[in-house]
Design a protein around this ligand. Structure first.
Ligand code: 5CA
Length: 438
């Protein structure tokens, strides 16, 4: 993409009430624009990152055996009356009436809809286990939308729902999601620790939150220091094997928030091994058994001729929130530092003297070569001062910059800068291209 033809409305000033750095940087870098409290338009740069994050989530769900569907944003209130949650959900639910005076709502989550889909067609244990997920916009009329996409009212969520014959099988489905989450967040360059959690309005008695450690996180987290450094198991886990020891190991190392969901377990960690950090909840998984299947009569026939409510769990990832979390975890005073896997472009090509025949030719060559290699280049071909171009490149955080200026070029060189480390090297264009994979 040529910057002269792109839509990148960077901001010099951000509103004074913008409190956290990820929100400031997303506005300054022209990634999002607030349309109403907690409701954002996604501008081209933001949308590219959102799609990359979404795709990593999708790939890890698929790898763990979940199957993608797409449910509507609008849901019938009657389904929520069946489950008993319509009144209980309270003011966070956006309630809508259509022209026929039917009560609808903008879905804050989709347990009811997915249970309705399931019960219409699955009747036997032979069709289990089943895990259906979707990546869809949700609406929660949060009392205090804040911190940009971190706590929005409209936000993109991945929500998966598992269906099993009994509790033991449901545990296996839960564990798969637990492991898939470890892999998902690690691929985005994040350190996310699982933490035993309360289940809140979703219900059930087994739940973990996944917390990204970042200094500006909303909650104070305490955890065993080994948990943070442990990393993810990677794609080669035996998905059909027993994942319980892995889940137990991570859970035993234990993390807690200020609210201290489980003070006794926390006390059991020797003081020297605790770490204290701040964190952002990027995922939340729940096992709640028959909570929805029973009132909604989602029954399956067992091998012994029984007919009983299916056992369910649900598994959420805050896809749009993750952009804020990644920036909180990866930025400096000049702007965003995107991890490779989610970067909107792979390489910035910066022309320090547009209109100079040699500079233009070298940049065109670099731009074409990078794109031809299947990487994405953002070419700053604008007629602007070098200082402004450097500032924009650092602000939007593309991992590698190839800087082409008349002086170095006269000696046959360009400059390659690595955004994360600030490391610069002067080298021939061909070598710079090779080192960015083109
Ligand atoms: N039905 C379950 C799992 S699918 C559920 O809704 N869980 S949740 O309430 O914990 O939400 C899942 C994830 O969505 C959270 O972990 C968080 O990362 C994200 N999320 C929740 N509320 C918001 C919000 N207001 N803004 C941005 N992301 C949010």
């Amino acid at each position: 993409m040529r910057l002269s033809r792109f839509f990148l409305p960077v901001l010099k000033e951000v509103p004074a009430d913008v409190q956290i750095v990820s929100h400031q940087l997303m506005l300054r870098a022209g990634m999002i624009r607030q349309e109403a409290a907690g409701i954002y338009a996604w501008l081209p740069l933001g949308l590219r990152v959102l799609k990359k994050v979404e795709q990593i989530v999708r790939e890890e769900m698929d790898r763990a055996g979940a199957i993608e569907i797409l449910m509507p944003t609008l849901q019938l209130a009657d389904l929520w009356r069946e489950s008993g949650r319509y009144e209980a959900y309270g003011d966070e639910m956006l309630r809508i009436t259509d022209r026929h005076k039917r009560d609808l709502l903008y879905g804050p989550t989709a347990e009811e809809v997915v249970t309705d889909i399931f019960r219409a067609s699955v009747k036997s244990y032979k069709d289990l286990p089943l895990n259906l997920y979707n990546i869809q916009w949700k609406f929660r009329d949060e009392r205090r939308p804040r911190f940009g996409v971190m706590r929005g009212r409209e936000f993109l969520m991945k929500d998966a729902y598992s269906f099993d014959l009994n509790e033991a099988d449901a545990r296996r489905s839960y564990n798969r999601m637990f492991v898939a989450y470890l892999n998902t967040f690690a691929r985005m360059g994040l350190k996310a620790v699982p933490m035993k959690a309360d289940t809140g309005p979703i219900g059930g008695d087994l739940s973990h939150e996944f917390i990204v450690l970042a200094e500006t996180g909303e909650s104070q987290v305490f955890c065993h220091k080994d948990l943070v450094e442990m990393g993810a198991p990677g794609p080669d886990v035996d998905w059909d094997g027993d994942l319980q020891p892995l889940v137990d190991q991570r859970t035993a190392l234990y993390a807690a928030t200020e609210e201290m969901h489980d003070a006794a377990a926390f006390e059991a960690v020797p003081e020297a091994d605790r770490l204290s950090a701040r964190g952002i909840e990027v995922g939340h998984i729940f096992y709640f058994g028959e909570k929805y299947s029973k009132p909604m009569k989602a029954n399956v026939a067992g091998p012994d001729g029984s007919n009983a409510p299916v056992h369910m769990g649900s598994y959420g990832v805050g896809v749009s929130r993750l952009l804020g979390a990644i920036i909180e975890a990866s930025h400096d005073e000049n702007g965003i530092i995107w991890p490779d896997a989610v970067a909107p472009y792979d390489v910035s090509v910066i022309n320090l003297r547009t209109g100079d025949a040699a500079c233009d030719a070298a940049c065109e060559q670099a731009y074409a070569a990078i794109n031809a290699a299947g990487k994405a280049a953002l070419y700053d071909d604008r007629d602007e001062r070098p200082g402004g171009k450097f500032a924009t490149a650092d602000l939007i955080g593309i991992p590698r910059q190839i800087v082409v200026g008349p002086k170095s070029l006269a000696e046959g060189n360009v400059e390659l800068k690595i955004r994360a480390t600030g490391e610069r090297s002067t080298l021939p264009l061909a070598d710079a291209l090779k080192s960015v994979g083109a």
